[in-house]
Design a protein around this ligand. Structure first.
Ligand SMILES: Cc1cc2nc3c(=O)[nH]c(=O)nc-3n(C[C@H](O)[C@H](O)[C@H](O)COP(=O)(O)OP(=O)(O)OC[C@H]3O[C@@H](n4cnc5c(N)ncnc54)[C@H](O)[C@@H]3O)c2cc1C
Length: 414
């Protein structure tokens, strides 16, 4: 008998589960519930072209007809509030109860809040949703200056655009270096130099004390060291927290994410979790639980769960990868570099074209490629296949990753 799949969260991962189910011939009902008013859309452009391009780029993953043609029942503007695991039903804010045979949690994350005086003043923005990007886009036009609190990838991408639009730009980062959580020191230093050269003020190891305003509008950020930076526009982007409350309320295991097994199943075998909200055991992190915030992770997991629902479960082993675009900088990262203890730089950071090979003990765990897409493609293949590449050979001036991995198949270049 055809079964019912209910997906909570109509973002990148939720969309992919629904689309892959239909693509692979699933005959039952597919319902995709999202609390935003929009059709599922891509978030990456929101900190890139969407803020500056004219006309506005289309960020929808698919148009309405796709959902009709593929019999995906899309419920936008509806929030799931509780899961009744005994009855296999989910309550929505609309008052309905939706039944499921398979439930997929794809609730993503929400922006971490700063406990800081003044975050509620006009002119203080955050960036996660399409509506946030619309607000930021409008404010960037005439702000003249921006203070970005948080020097992670989103902060740097917006900073890059703000500089291109001619804004006086200051990035305030609490950690001792930019993108500290997810990048090597070598890459952080490159970004620091790059943005200072481009005219930004970069303040690492610095925390804001309060945002000050007059007549209800932001007019400055006061730092913990007492300095006051005048600005009408403040963007706070200090990372996300996974949306785990539904899972927690249903008694599922939660620990910095919804904990799933290698098949992306929660502790209830009829409930899966995918994307930014899911914490899974990764072969590429020595079996440790990881939570990966990236589009490739969301789409790969969406496809894997569709297969599992169709009765073809396979351990989820995709190599995590990520990209960021900042002006002329194209960064691609293959693997998980967290916890690495040795980094070897190939190429010349001063030229803006280089790769950082990151090792944990004797093992290559990740490669950060700046404007070196060939290294990225080869690194994905090397890491996926677990090729035994040593630090000694990488350190050799004649080392060439591409020839080391052999001819690249088109699939590896995708
Ligand atoms: C500005 C920005 C730029 C980015 N740039 C890049 C990039 O360059 N490269 C990259 O790889 N990644 C990038 N990312 C990260 C990437 O977009 C995310 O990893 C990806 O969107 C995760 O998909 P998801 O479906 O898990 O979560 P989301 O896309 O966040 O979707 C989750 C959805 O679920 C909804 N929801 C939550 N709770 C409920 C509920 N109870 N009921 C109904 N709906 C609910 C949320 O509102 C949301 O719409 C970026 C993210 C942002 C915000």
């Amino acid at each position: 008998m055809a079964s019912a799949v209910l997906i909570l969260g109509a973002g990148q991962a939720g969309f992919q589960v629904a689309a892959s189910l239909r693509e692979k011939g699933f005959a039952g009902t597919v319902t995709l519930v999202g609390d935003e008013p929009h059709l599922p859309y891509q978030r990456p452009p929101l900190s890139k072209g969407y803020l500056a391009l004219s006309p506005l780029p289309d960020v929808l993953i698919r148009h309405e007809k796709f959902y009709q043609d593929n019999r995906i029942e899309l419920r936008t503007g509806a929030r799931a509030t509780a899961i009744d695991r005994t009855r296999h039903a989910v309550a929505l804010t609309t008052g309905e109860m939706l039944q499921y045979d398979h439930l997929v949690l794809a609730t993503g994350g929400r922006n971490r809040q700063l406990s800081l005086e003044g975050t509620d003043i006009d002119g203080v923005l955050s960036l996660r949703h399409l509506d946030d990007a619309d607000r930021l886009r409008q404010r960037l036009q005439d702000a003249g200056r921006i203070v970005i609190i948080g020097g992670g990838y989103i902060g740097l991408e917006v900073g890059s655009l703000a500089l291109a639009l001619g804004l006086e730009t200051c990035i305030v980062e609490a950690a001792p270096r930019l993108v500290a959580r997810v990048a090597s020191t070598e890459l952080s230093e490159f970004f620091h130099r790059h943005y200072e050269k481009a005219g930004a003020r970069i303040l690492c190891g610095t925390t804001p004390a309060r945002i000050q305003g007059s007549a209800g509008h932001a007019d400055s950020v006061q730092l913990a060291n007492g300095e006051v930076i005048p600005t009408k526009l403040v963007l706070i982007c200090v990372g996300i927290l996974p949306n785990v409350e539904l899972a927690e309320g249903a008694g599922l295991e939660v620990a910095n994410g919804i904990v799933v097994d290698q098949f992306l199943r929660t502790s209830d075998p009829s409930i899966y979790a995918v994307g930014d909200c899911a914490r899974y055991p990764s072969r590429h992190a020595g079996g440790e639980l990881v939570r990966v915030e990236s589009v490739p992770n969301a789409t790969d997991q969406g496809r894997a769960v569709a297969e599992a629902i169709l009765g073809r479960p396979k351990p989820f082993e995709s190599l995590p990868w990520f990209w960021s675009e900042q002006g002329k900088l194209r960064l691609q990262i293959a693997g998980l570099i967290q916890g690495h203890d040795r980094a070897i730089v190939k190429g010349d950071p001063a030229s803006g074209t280089f790769s950082v090979f990151c090792f944990r003990g004797p093992t290559l765990v990740g490669v950060e490629s700046m404007n070196r897409p060939v290294d990225f493609v080869a690194a994905r293949r090397a890491l996926t296949e677990g090729l035994p590449i040593t630090a000694e050979e990488v350190a050799n001036a004649a080392f060439d990753l591409k020839s080391r991995v052999g001819p690249l198949r088109p699939a590896a270049a995708a």
